[in-house]
Design a protein around this ligand. Structure first.
Ligand SMILES: C[S@@+](CC[C@H](N)C(=O)[O-])C[C@H]1O[C@@H](n2cnc3c(N)ncnc32)[C@H](O)[C@@H]1O
Length: 308
């Protein structure tokens, strides 16, 4: 018997996945910088969908090239909430999953790698180390057991319930394309494209081309900047999340692109340096300089409420 939590319409939806590079904690800074009216919103690198599902738009498209992830979202969309929760409970009971039963976890992992049921992937993630998604090069899930730490706990369950309810109550479509194969040709000036790619100068699980993720390198970065240039030429608004500096490294390609194009606006995002400002950030050689680059001047900035 599942206890369903009451409607949570005004609250932001948090991904039930502990997604590396997930933007949930930055939502309050990022969303006010988006255009107020959006017809179609494209989250081209949706990951945990922390941004895509919290944007107000007529139509939302969440895209990611990680097939297993998109299949899981499609299952969340196409199945009744209670059926999904029952499936999760049944698998937990069948494999006797707990904070300590590593054997049960390994059996479910083997079962998933044979059958690839997208809902079983969620159960695996619930009990895996740091709740993370990790595949080997043969596309087998290989994240180790999250002993004494990971389970399908109440927080994860409640995040999942809100997440599924949101998916089922809005006009959202999940697609699985490499960003440069995604068809943007139908978009017009009332649509909006958000890009949160892997960052060239930081290390996410999906950066090195291993563990089932496509790699991210200078070539991909240039292709993406080129794609953004073509959106600008078509008068389509976009925003790009990225870091300009990280632990003493600078993203030169991005900096060059920014200095060449005066239609771009750099909006600085405050990360975990709660009491610092941009001036102290740039002086700290280990600090990350996180930005949201837009090809329009955000309302918030216009009204003189800049972040720093
Ligand atoms: C920084 S994460 C996005 C996090 C997301 N904004 C959130 O808040 O949960 C980047 C995502 O890009 C995806 N990705 C990497 N290379 C890609 C490509 N070539 N095309 C589409 N998606 C890609 C990864 O699978 C990963 O999910």
């Amino acid at each position: 018997m599942h206890v369903l939590i009451g409607k949570q319409s005004s609250k932001q939806v948090k991904s039930p996945l502990n997604y590396i590079g997930g933007k949930f904690r930055l939502l309050d800074q990022v969303l006010p910088l988006f255009p107020k009216q959006i017809d179609t919103f494209v989250d081209l690198f949706a990951g945990g969908c922390n941004i895509g599902l919290n944007v107000k738009a007529e139509k939302i498209i969440c895209n990611d090239n990680l097939k297993f992830l998109i299949e899981m979202y499609q299952q969340f969309q196409g199945n009744n909430l209670n059926t999904i929760l029952e499936h999760i409970d049944n698998q937990i009971n069948k494999f006797n999953l707990s904070l300590t039963n590593e054997e049960g976890y390994k059996k479910l992992r083997e079962y998933y790698n044979t059958h690839k049921n997208a809902l079983d992937l969620f159960v695996l993630i619930a009990f895996s180390f740091n709740h993370q998604i990790r595949f080997n090069n043969s596309h087998e899930f290989n994240n180790p057991f999250g002993r004494e730490r990971s389970s399908f706990n109440d927080t994860m369950k409640s995040n999942l319930i809100y997440f599924i309810r949101k998916i089922q109550s809005i006009n959202v479509k999940f697609t699985c394309f490499d960003f440069d194969k995604f068809d943007l040709s139908g978009l017009t000036s009332t649509d909006f494209v958000y890009c949160d790619p892997p960052y060239l100068i930081t290390t996410g699980t999906y950066n090195d081309g291993k563990r089932g993720f496509t790699g991210w390198n200078e070539i991909q970065e240039h292709k993406l900047l080129h794609l953004l240039d073509s959106l600008q030429q078509r008068n389509i608004k976009f925003a790009l999340s990225n870091v300009l500096e990280h632990k003493g490294k600078a993203n030169k390609s991005l900096q060059d692109w920014l200095s060449k194009n005066d239609f771009l606006h750099i909006n600085y995002i405050q990360t975990n340096y709660a009491n610092s400002n941009y001036q102290t950030l740039v002086r700290d050689k280990d600090a990350s300089v996180e930005v949201l680059v837009t090809n329009y001047e955000p309302e918030r900035v216009k009204s003189n409420l800049s972040l720093f």
